[in-house]
Ligand binder design. Structure first.
Ligand SMILES: Cc1cc2nc3c(=O)[nH]c(=O)nc-3n(C[C@H](O)[C@H](O)[C@H](O)COP(=O)(O)OP(=O)(O)OC[C@H]3O[C@@H](n4cnc5c(N)ncnc54)[C@H](O)[C@@H]3O)c2cc1C
Length: 433
């Protein structure tokens, strides 16, 4: 006998959006969350033990392009602000620091523009947010470095393009599908600079305001510190077994955990098709996000380039320094536990900088994330994207990683949570137990 109509595994934005919609339809919902908090890969908490809070995970969005997030912001009346515009632009390419505001030396600017223009042009072939037509875009589903090769870019322009992709996806561009990169350009209304220009939106009081609002309206039975070890389903219902050995029964379940963690759960039957394959292969998003308080950097500096963290920008001026946020594409580039690494990351763009304090979370070593945001390898999108929506028996799938639209963004988490809840409500599974 089912104790709950639906068991939601994972209390991030996707799981909470699903729980909220199911509860609104008068269904009983049990949320099983492995951590001691809700919100998953969003985490708004004090910076380095101070009063100032920072976003260790998901942070920026563009209200005009992110419809699911915008809907929730309106629904709950959440306060939004913007990251500051940069005033001083520093670029590091081909081993040189450029401080004159240009991305690349003037002699290479036309090459860079030619490449970006082509990216925008090719992005028009993608119907953003819809299942991909594999045949139509197969030639784009190659590594980003292979995509760049025919442009024969000179060194600085080439490295700038590498950093453009690495910053956005948190992986080496050789591991990234150009199709995924171009799909974001399509989603940003065919704008190659996405979140960087115009300045990105963010939650004025933190992503926790959205997490709290969803959780409050859902008013579901939430169990924290309860990792799920196994999920079995058949005609009789779903059984989710937690690591402490407890078994929870439901008529249906929604798996709303990161794709990169699925291999740690025993599924019976095993995950099948596109969902099974992506769970086995995983995505390659392994960014490092650094918050660092510094002195000795120019006001409102934005640094971008290749050879260290891919982007570093000022978010806030505090009484004892400037608070910068950085993104690198590999934990091998930047060990958050190492002062030397942090200093090197900042001094790449601002050689006079002194580090006062820093903070960050190791999402790659975190067993309930095992990566950052979705970045697909060449071939994965054309093979699997159109089948991300399909449930398997009584098991439904949600999570930003498998969004049809903004995979990798908070918007995608909401899209899929709501989609999965809708699928469950339309199914016959709830009536049959
Ligand atoms: C460093 C970083 C920067 C980012 N920057 C941005 C950004 O600027 N803008 C943006 O839109 N997005 C950004 N993202 C991505 C965005 O935060 C995520 O895509 C989104 O929050 C994912 O939501 P989700 O609900 O799909 O997954 P998650 O938030 O990961 O939620 C899944 C939940 O499942 C739980 N879980 C895992 N395994 C188990 C288990 N076995 N049993 C029970 N529970 C389990 C996890 O603890 C987690 O709470 C960023 C992410 C990171 C890490």
């Amino acid at each position: 006998m089912a104790e709950h109509d639906v068991i939601v595994v994972g209390g991030g934005l996707a799981g909470l959006a699903a729980a909220r919609d199911l509860r609104a339809a008068d269904r009983s919902v049990l949320v099983l969350e492995a951590r001691d908090r809700l919100g998953g890969r969003t985490w708004y908490r004090p910076f380095a033990g101070r009063e100032q809070h920072v976003e260790l995970g998901g942070n920026w969005f563009a209200q005009v392009c992110h419809p699911h997030l915008s809907e929730e912001i309106r629904r709950y009346g959440l306060r939004i602000t913007q990251s500051p515009s940069g005033r001083t632009f520093h670029s590091v390419v081909a081993g040189h620091l450029l401080t004159d505001g240009s991305a690349v030396p003037e002699s290479e600017a036309a090459d860079l523009d030619r490449c970006l223009a082509r990216i925008v042009e090719e992005s028009h072939r993608i119907s953003f947010g819809e299942p991909l037509d594999a045949q139509q875009v197969a030639d784009l589903d190659v590594s980003f470095t292979d995509f760049l090769a025919p442009f024969e870019l000179p060194e600085a322009a080439y490295e700038f393009m590498l950093s453009w992709a690495a910053f956005a996806f948190g992986c080496h561009p050789a591991d990234l599908s150009a199709l995924h990169a171009l799909s974001w350009v399509a989603g940003f209304d065919h704008h190659a600079w996405g979140l960087a220009d115009p300045p990105a939106d963010k939650f004025a009081d933190g992503t926790s305001t959205l997490v709290d609002a969803l959780a409050a309206e859902a008013a579901a039975d939430v169990r924290l510190d309860t990792p799920v070890a196994a999920i079995a389903h058949d005609a009789g219902g779903v059984r989710a077994t937690t690591r402490d050995g407890a078994v929870h029964r439901g008529a249906a379940a929604i798996l709303a955990t990161p794709v990169n963690t699925w291999h740690d759960v025993d599924f019976a039957p095993v995950l099948d098709g596109a969902i099974g394959a992506i769970g086995e292969e995983r995505h390659v998003g392994h960014a490092v996000k650094l918050w660092v308080l510094v002195t000795g950097v120019p006001e409102l500096m934005v640094g971008a380039g290749w050879g260290g963290v891919d982007r570093l920008s000022e978010e806030l001026a505090l009484p004892d320094g400037r608070l910068l946020v950085g993104l690198g594409h590999s934990p091998a580039q930047l060990d958050l536990a190492s002062r030397d690494d942090v200093e090197r990351a900042v001094r790449l763009y601002a050689p006079e900088a002194e580090v006062v304090a820093w903070d960050g979370h190791d999402w790659n070593g975190d067993e309930f994330a095992q990566g950052t945001w979705a970045a697909f390898r060449p071939g994965q999108l054309t093979r699997y994207h159109s089948a991300f929506e399909a449930p398997q028996g009584r098991l439904y799938f949600a999570g930003s990683d498998i969004a049809l639209g903004w995979a990798g963004f908070m918007d995608g988490a909401l899209e899929t949570g709501r989609r999965a809840a809708g699928q469950v409500l339309r199914s016959t599974h709830l009536a049959s137990i």
